[in-house]
Design a protein around this ligand. Sequence first.
Ligand SMILES: Cc1cc2nc3c(=O)[nH]c(=O)nc-3n(C[C@H](O)[C@H](O)[C@H](O)COP(=O)(O)OP(=O)(O)OC[C@H]3O[C@@H](n4cnc5c(N)ncnc54)[C@H](O)[C@@H]3O)c2cc1C
Ligand code: SF4
Length: 544
Amino acid sequence: MEFDVVIVGAGPAGLAAAIRLKQLAAENGSEISVVVLEKGSEVGAHILSGAVIDPVALDKLIPDWREQGSPLDTPVTEDRFHYLWKDGGLSLPTMLMPPLMSNHGCYIGSLGSLCRWLGEQAEALGVEVYPGIAVTEAIFGDNGGIKGVITGDMGVARDGSHKDSYTPGIALTGKYTLIAEGARGSLSKALIRKLGLDAESGPQKFGIGLKELWEVPAEKHRPGLVQHTMGWPLGDRTGGGSFLYHFGERLVAVGFVVHLDYDDPYLNPFKEFQRSKMHPRIREHLEGGKRISYGARALTEGGWQAIPRLVFPGGALIGCAAGFMNVPRIKGSHNAMLTGMMAAEAAFAAIGEGRAHDVLEAYPESVAASSMATELKKVRNVKPLWSRFGTRLGVMLGGIDMWLNTIFPFLTPTLKHLKPDFASLQKADQAKPIEYEKPDGVLTFDILSSVFVSGTNHKEDQPVHLRLADPSIPIEKNLPEYAEPAQRYCPALVYEVVEEGGTLRFQINAQNCVHCKTCDVKDPAQNITWVPPEGGDGPSYVNM
Ligand SMILES: Cc1cc2nc3c(=O)[nH]c(=O)nc-3n(C[C@H](O)[C@H](O)[C@H](O)COP(=O)(O)OP(=O)(O)OC[C@H]3O[C@@H](n4cnc5c(N)ncnc54)[C@H](O)[C@@H]3O)c2cc1C
Ligand code: SF4
């Protein structure tokens, strides 16, 4: 199938790009064919975010989004920030933060719902949006760039044989292909490696974000309240913190981010999240309520200095596939949309000039000249300082650096990220197993009942989509050296070490996978590769 532009991923980046392409065609009285391919069973099914959304990109893309029935209808009214210790904490005045950290003017909502709505807007403009289709490969052209993509085969049994339902993948070619897979995309990772796109950027850094959606009693609901915390239950050496947002009809989004450069092989991000909800400043918002959903997703944290080369012949990386997340603001969706729009404008102009399959240089030029670049440069040292100096000192130095960069732009040198996240674990013999409390089933939960409310489903009889380069590494290397951390960092209990007849075996419960991509990032041997399972499989997030 041939299109002018093929877009991989119906997140904010991909959908903003698709809408912008069609708007430009309408403004110019021309035609452009645009297809968006999405692995979730429907648009939004695999989207998990906070989310406090800066409307700067929506205002540009669909200026009357408020009148058009968009699901973003809770403006931020109160911004709280606490440093926590067990059972207590310190409220930090928001005036200590540089103005760019303010949530004033932002909206709280579900990014998944916003994407569903954006998908409808795209379809109304004539974009072909195909959910339930996983893209597995790029089609390379003679110039070393890409000419399109191939979607995954359907109906393949676990042993590789073809079932009655077998349908081979299809090739979709485009004059330009925009990769909008979000953090640690499988195709993006392969392209970055093959085309050396990260030759001049530092290693990308990641966090794992875990989230629950709660329905709370009306008397507890404070629509518009935004709360962030740092500190307990994480130790000073581990970056991360909690978020809690009141929005919509008695809904509270509560979540926890752990930076994936943590060093303790016994740390369990899921259990740290559960523990965080026991703190009085978090539990007071949830007590009397009911958890209705759960999920997890990696987020990019490398910032400006970790953004790879954005373009290559025939294509471009947009949104968090490249990594435009603003770490101290915990916001990336507006930048994802802005980059999608900039790439769309470059592709539209190129197609108008009769070009195809070449390099869209205008896109990185627009990014470099944008206010988004200014914003990201101001906060570029926060994450490296946090990683080097820990939470208390690192965040304070990061705050000073942000103020300096706000008053005297770019006075301070750019700090590099020292190492990739997989290289940060200590050996197990230098650490102590952590004792976590048992879940109470009211405020805190076990992992399997959590996966259940994520609506995750994979057809059992299909090839395992968590590929081990060397199947012996988990038991022979990772277990003795790091107590096989996959058992703990995976937020869906996909990986287990089980004993069978006196022998230890590494078991992969692929059907539980919520597609967060943490294993692909954190495995210390870089032995695990996440590849897309059959299109439509995975979580079925609603309102996440
Ligand atoms: C816990 C958490 C909290 C966050 N909080 C906020 C916040 O409050 N505010 C904010 O602005 N940002 C927040 N972010 C960041 C924000 O979610 C991201 O910046 C944003 O989602 C990036 O958009 P994207 O379009 O690049 O990627 P994504 O939103 O990840 O979308 C990518 C889409 O591509 C699809 N896809 C991926 N690979 C393939 C493939 N091979 N084939 C087909 N489809 C594919 C996915 O299923 C998905 O639908 C948060 C992130 C997390 C994880
Ligand atoms: S298997 Fe990997 S991608 Fe899937 S949920 Fe576990 S850590 Fe995330």
